[in-house]
Design a protein around this ligand. Structure first.
Ligand SMILES: Cc1ncc(COP(=O)(O)O)c(C=O)c1O
Length: 380
């Protein structure tokens, strides 16, 4: 194969670019009608009442936590098997992340460990829908109700996912999404919060824009005024250019998902029952959003395997190493150490992420498969 396989290629179409150009040629570039239209479409897609567009999933999680009353002195239970953004968003509020280990089969937060981690300071649970497979929201909601806790979902990987007929945002108090450059739908950087409570949605819309009562667009459309600031706020508002880029992708989201499902099946068929290769299980009742495809290999050979694959033209990533609790900052601040979350550590040590996106051609997927099989076989 002469053409290099990219680790990721986005799906922004000429139509999406045209839509963004329309915004660029208009008066209003910042948060306005396009953002409102995208929020409505996203809320509809998710069967949620409200969506609030932001600049990132990290900002979304911080805002959601703060809007739901979490702050200094509080504890939030989360998973260490995630991108550092999840725990960082808790830190941004002044609260403390408390980690619980994950399920060996899926890598998702083990809901059976949550109750043991609850203290008088616990105010919320923040599960991550890892790689696109939802955590056990029914169980998590039940525990949250028993202890009067909020649930904020990190759904950065999971716009299209479902579990037991539930989508992100339906059982949580808020679900947070990412439209970062490599996500299933993207505008380079961006995020959103989906939720069902109207008052919280109103507060979030203020909090994303300096805590002001009215946005510039509302002042422009209705009547010029000097809005008051009534809540603490940040500068986390999605703009019309981002929304215009996302709108078309959202309308094609199921088609894009179907193509990833085809590639998933191809990978699954090829890697099933191969000695030296395993991968996370998709549980019964789950519609996997298929954001990332990871395989598990011999951790001692991981660097060698990744280097050999790279040399053969197969780029890989690792989601993630180190796990959050073994990042220097967390080790120093909270005294976390190796062995604290053994299942997380084991998964993080053996994971390789393969290229997995709708534009990946079948012959590219087959090239990846044959190289992975050859390289792994030689390391057994
Ligand atoms: C699980 C998870 N949570 C949160 C984030 C942060 O998303 P953003 O870059 O939009 O803040 C990411 C980004 O990759 C992620 O993978």
């Amino acid at each position: 194969m002469t053409n290099k396989i990219e680790f990721y290629r986005h799906n922004i179409s000429l139509g999406d670019i045209k839509n963004a150009s329309r915004v660029l040629k208009s008066i209003f570039l910042s948060t306005g009608k396009d953002v409102g239209n995208f929020e409505e479409a996203l809320a509809n897609y998710l069967n949620c009442k409200y969506a609030v567009g932001t600049t990132s999933c990290t900002a979304s999680m911080q805002l959601a936590l703060e809007a739901l009353g979490i702050g200094p002195g509080d504890e939030v239970i989360t998973t260490p098997l995630t991108f550092v953004a999840t725990a960082n968003a808790i830190l941004h509020t002044g609260a403390t992340p408390v980690f619980v280990d994950v399920e060996a089969e899926t890598g998702n937060m083990d809901a059976n460990l949550i109750e043991k981690a609850i203290t008088k300071k616990t105010k919320a649970i923040l599960p991550v829908h890892l790689y696109g497979q939802m955590a056990d929201m029914k169980k998590i909601r039940k525990i949250a109700d028993k202890y009067k806790l909020k649930v904020i979902e990190d759904a950065a990987h999971c716009v299209e996912g479902e579990r037991d007929g539930i989508k992100p945002g339906q059982l949580g108090d808020a679900a947070c999404f990412s439209f970062y450059a490599t996500k299933n739908i993207t505008c380079g950087e961006g995020g959103a919060i989906a939720l069902n409570d109207g008052e919280t949605a109103k507060t979030l819309k203020k909090m994303r824009l300096q805590g002001l009562e009215q946005s510039a667009y509302e002042r422009y459309e209705k009547k010029f005024s000097s809005p008051d600031m009534t809540v603490n706020g940040w500068k986390y508002n999605m703009n019309n250019i981002q929304a215009a880029l996302l709108m078309g992708q959202l309308s094609r989201i199921e088609k894009l998902w179907e193509r990833r499902e085809e590639i998933y099946q191809r990978y699954e068929k090829a890697f099933k029952d191969i000695p030296g290769i395993d991968f996370p299980k998709t549980l019964k009742g789950v519609k996997h959003a298929h954001h990332l495809f990871t395989i598990w290999i011999n951790p001692e050979k991981r660097s060698q395997i990744r280097e050999e694959l790279q040399e053969r033209g197969v780029p890989t990533a690792c989601n993630w190493w180190p796990p959050v609790h073994l990042m220097s900052y967390y080790k120093k601040k909270y005294g976390c150490k190796t062995g604290d979350f053994p299942i997380t550590e084991e998964i993080c040590e053996k994971t390789i992420t393969l290229p997995f996106y709708p534009k990946l051609k079948n012959k590219e997927a087959d090239f990846i498969i044959s190289n992975v099989l050859e390289v792994v076989k030689r390391t057994l």
